[in-house]
Design a protein. Structure first.
Length: 204
């Protein structure tokens, strides 16, 4: 059976949960003959890519999808680009806060996602889940991880679907926040299933 790797992040910035991992952890273990490998990645610049690359080497996935929280977002953001910049406005979970640094000094300025982003947005919207393409995954740990993933796949000639989806807060996270958008976990998990079916269609 072929593997699809999907990851979420650990909570950060004082939160007790991260909806990115919450939305994937209960996904079915298999979908249409593909094994769905779900992993939680540390929200840190130093560890995140090492964990991801180790999982890729272990599971040899045929597609890799990363999920992260974008607090304050009003819909799912299907990320198309990773930039070679790390510039953090808050420290990561190891207390590290890079300013204006490269992700990988010798690498290109940017990489593009290779998963079927247009189809994912279309299918999510068809199912009533607000989503759009996004041309910036920021300059924090999410962008860092997507950049490392796309760089690794490119430099090892692995032409497989890979990309990133940012998800909004879920309701339990915004009880004490004013005027901040949130959605429910069920909707996010449904979105993950729609996205995986869309990716799998491309692999068949
Ligand atoms: N979101 C952060 C890092 C971890 C996460 O879930 C980001 O957007 O960079």
């Amino acid at each position: 059976m072929k593997n699809i790797l999907i990851t979420g992040f650990t909570p950060f910035d004082g939160e007790s949960i991260n909806p990115s991992y919450e939305s994937i952890k209960n996904l079915d273990d298999t979908i249409m003959n593909f094994q769905i490998i779900k992993k939680e990645i540390d929200t840190s610049f130093s560890q995140s890519h090492l964990q991801l690359l180790a999982y890729i080497k272990t599971y040899q996935p045929v597609a890799v999808i990363l999920i992260g929280q974008a607090g304050g977002a009003k819909h799912l953001r299907i990320e198309r680009v990773a930039i070679n910049i790390q510039d953090a406005s808050i420290p990561d979970n190891k207390g590290y806060k890079p300013v204006d640094q490269y992700v990988i000094k010798s690498a290109p300025n940017a990489y593009f996602s290779t998963f079927p982003y247009h189809e994912i947005v279309e299918n999510l919207i068809d199912e009533g889940i607000p989503s759009s393409l996004s041309y910036s995954a920021g300059s924090y740990v999410c962008n860092h991880l997507l950049f490392h993933l796309l760089h690794y796949l490119k430099t090892t000639n692995q032409n497989i679907p890979a990309g990133f989806i940012h998800v909004p807060y879920i309701f339990s996270q915004v009880k004490d926040k004013k005027d901040v958008y949130a959605t429910d976990l069920e909707t996010l998990t449904k979105a993950m299933n729609i996205m995986l079916h869309t990716v799998i269609k491309e692999l068949l």
